[in-house]
Design a protein around this ligand. Structure first.
Ligand SMILES: [Zn+2]
Length: 392
């Protein structure tokens, strides 16, 4: 005799976003008056509420909406220190001359493991309360072999999606020798970090790493089995996006300054364009043109880009609202990008959808439809979250 895990049906769902067009209407696979059955950590059944099979437990959604848990494919959560004053100065029109990322690097190096673990745990929990059930976490505030490996180990205690970003900026010790820093990143630092990461990322930008350096770093990572992703074309036009497509990167992130050739490359390649509107919001910058990318057939993901410098928000609902209001996305497109798009950017097929076999990662909204995420900005609509079948 086998002991089955208890099954739970969530019934009376006014609008269910499945992201599986074979299950319902439109690209979101919408089902009205729906039910979802959870068996252990996965989805066992979805369909009309009136046809839901018998289960051990039952949760009445009371005419509210259920969506897949958000998939956040871009965060920088392993850090210590505080940059409130930098933000305050920027928003007050005062020049700010402190070291930006370097400030965080110094504080992160000085922090204990316990402090860093607690910080990551706090921000992951914060994101989860807002409906995020999968989060990628990058290193990038250590910039020594030891500190980067430590950041990855800490990130790995909180997620499977761990990204080595030793090439965030040139470490302060190498300010006069950027080539020496690239040698470190592709040599001893990669040796120390590759076992702890799935992905490798580089900040390809003026003042960070140019196209040749980025290519060297990403290629070295690929040779160690890491899959590239790229901070590309955030602050200026440049080679980042085309390099990402050429190297088969999972995503090109930011994509704010794009030429026609960049858009064409994204449309023809497999690389997802991950848009991070929290960064433009928090720096009063021009948003990326999501409409242009979508009209060209590019796969778009959304992420809050949670980091202490340019976007200190973990809120995917906030990004959905920004994407609709400021970037030309429809509410359906934004919700898809925040769920299925994030899953594409992480090359995951088990999350970002609500269909049989997927992980039981769900968000219940205190609203009758997913459109309210954009229609009611700033309102905490996520009222319950299931993570791997567990109600949290
Ligand atoms: Zn970033």
């Amino acid at each position: 005799m086998t002991t089955a895990t208890p099954t739970t049906a969530i019934t009376d769902i006014a609008t269910l976003v499945t992201n599986d067009p074979s299950l319902g209407e439109g690209p979101l696979g919408l089902i009205r008056d729906a039910a979802v059955v959870i068996d252990g950590d996965h989805i066992a059944w979805v369909g009309e509420s009136s046809r839901a099979p018998a289960t051990d437990n039952r949760v009445d959604a009371g005419g509210r909406a259920v969506i897949p848990g958000f998939v956040d494919s871009h965060s920088h959560l392993v850090f210590a220190g505080d940059r409130t004053e930098e933000f305050n100065a920027r928003m007050s029109g005062r020049p700010y001359s402190a070291g930006g990322i370097r400030t965080t690097v110094a504080a992160t190096r000085a922090a204990s493991n316990n402090v860093l673990h607690a910080n990551v745990g706090r921000y992951v929990a914060e994101a989860r309360r807002q409906g995020t059930t999968t989060v990628e976490i990058k290193s990038g505030y250590g910039l020594t072999s030891q500190d980067e490996a430590r950041a990855l180990t800490i990130a790995g205690a909180h997620t499977d999606e761990v990204t080595f970003l030793g090439a965030h900026i040139v470490a302060p010790e190498f300010a006069d020798d950027p080539a020496g820093y690239v040698e470190l990143v592709t040599g001893p630092m990669l040796d120390a970090c590759a076992p702890h990461a799935r992905w490798i990322d580089v900040f390809c930008e003026q003042g960070a790493f140019d196209g040749d350096q980025a290519r060297t770093i990403l290629t070295a990572g690929k040779e160690r089995g890491l899959i590239p992703r790229v901070h590309a074309n955030q602050l200026s036009y440049g080679p980042g996006v085309r390099l990402a497509v050429e190297l088969g990167a999972a995503s090109a992130d930011h994509c704010t300054h794009l030429t026609e050739a960049d858009v064409d490359a994204l449309a023809q390649g497999e690389t997802v364009a991950t848009l991070l509107p929290g960064a433009e919001f928090s720096t009063r910058s021009t948003y990326p043109d999501a409409r242009r990318l979508l009209d060209a057939g590019v796969t778009v993901a959304l992420s809050p880009d949670c980091n202490p410098g340019s976007s200190f928000t973990s809120s995917m609902p906030f990004c959905v609202a920004l994407a609709v209001r400021e970037m030309g996305m429809t509410p359906d497109e934004a919700v898809w990008a925040a769920t299925a798009g994030g899953a594409r950017a992480l090359r995951r097929t088990d999350v970002g959808r609500v269909s049989p076999g997927a992980r039981a990662d769900l968000a219940l909204l205190d609203a009758p439809s997913h459109v309210h995420l954009a229609y009611r900005p700033g309102v905490p609509l996520v009222s319950a979250v299931w993570h791997g079948g567990t109600l949290i």
